[in-house]
Ligand binder design. Sequence first.
Ligand SMILES: Cc1cc2nc3c(=O)[nH]c(=O)nc-3n(C[C@H](O)[C@H](O)[C@H](O)COP(=O)(O)O)c2cc1C
Length: 166
Amino acid sequence: MQNNAEKINFFKEAMSNYPTGVNVVTTVDENREPFGLTVNSFASVSLDPLLILWSIDNTVSTFDKFMNTDTFAVNILAENQAEIASLFAGSEEGRFENCEWNYSKHDLPIISGAMASLQCKVFNKVEAGDHVILIGEIFQIDVQEKSPLLYHKRKLGAFPASFHEE
Ligand SMILES: Cc1cc2nc3c(=O)[nH]c(=O)nc-3n(C[C@H](O)[C@H](O)[C@H](O)COP(=O)(O)O)c2cc1C
């Protein structure tokens, strides 16, 4: 049997070698102040109804905001938005002062230039270890024809040009 330390090491190794897209999930508090963080735990869940999920670490500074909101927006970052991914994964100070964004019709912060934005109402919240899984039902989705930003082995970057060659 593997001991716990071994399992954790292999888990970290496997997950860091598992490529994902990168998202900034945003919401507002009761004073309409914007909050958000970078996440790569995003996944699609269901077509009928249209559901997605992501998970939030219960130690992050924005945790309480997301536990108290009924809506959030998933901004799927485009390949030229690595700086925004780092901005929303760094100190909470100045995240929204240092990037372009605007309020949607539904009052959710939308990051300008993202590949897609998915505005959701909270469908369910599931406690899962040291994270909470937030499941969102999409009520508005906007997509731009752009390539996504990728995260792999702790690096942010674009698809290699060779990837889509015939
Ligand atoms: C590529 C990347 C993916 C991340 N994914 C998640 C995630 O899925 N869930 C999460 O809670 N934090 C995730 N984080 C970490 C948060 O963005 C970051 O720890 C947090 O916003 C900063 O914590 P603080 O607000 O407590 O200072 C990720 C960070 C990076 C760089």
